[in-house]
Write a protein of this length. Structure first.
Length: 90
């Protein structure tokens, strides 16, 4: 990948990040923070599970599920804090 392509992809990622923040704040006009997090995780899970199964073929190594649980708990805490914080920002 060339430097120009990499920079364009970084710019695109930053744009998606910014648009995502606007969308998340707008959703809070209609849902409470926990419902918004639940919908976000449901959509992400529905997209990620088939891709994970396709990639790994259902063969997960030892400790996979415990690692998945730990990461999921930390991620859940972080996005709940983020959604609650959106309530008090302009």
């Amino acid at each position: 990948m060339s430097k120009v392509q990499a920079n364009c992809l970084l710019l695109l990622a930053a744009a998606f990040w910014g648009f995502g923040n606007v969308a998340q704040k707008t959703v809070l006009d209609h849902l409470d923070p926990l419902s918004a997090v639940g919908m976000r995780c449901l959509i992400a899970g529905l997209m990620a599970v088939p891709l994970t199964m396709l990639e790994w073929g259902g063969k997960f190594g030892p400790g996979y599920w415990m690692s998945l649980i730990k990461v999921s708990i930390l991620f859940s805490i972080s996005i709940i804090i983020q959604q609650v914080s959106y309530l008090d920002t302009s």
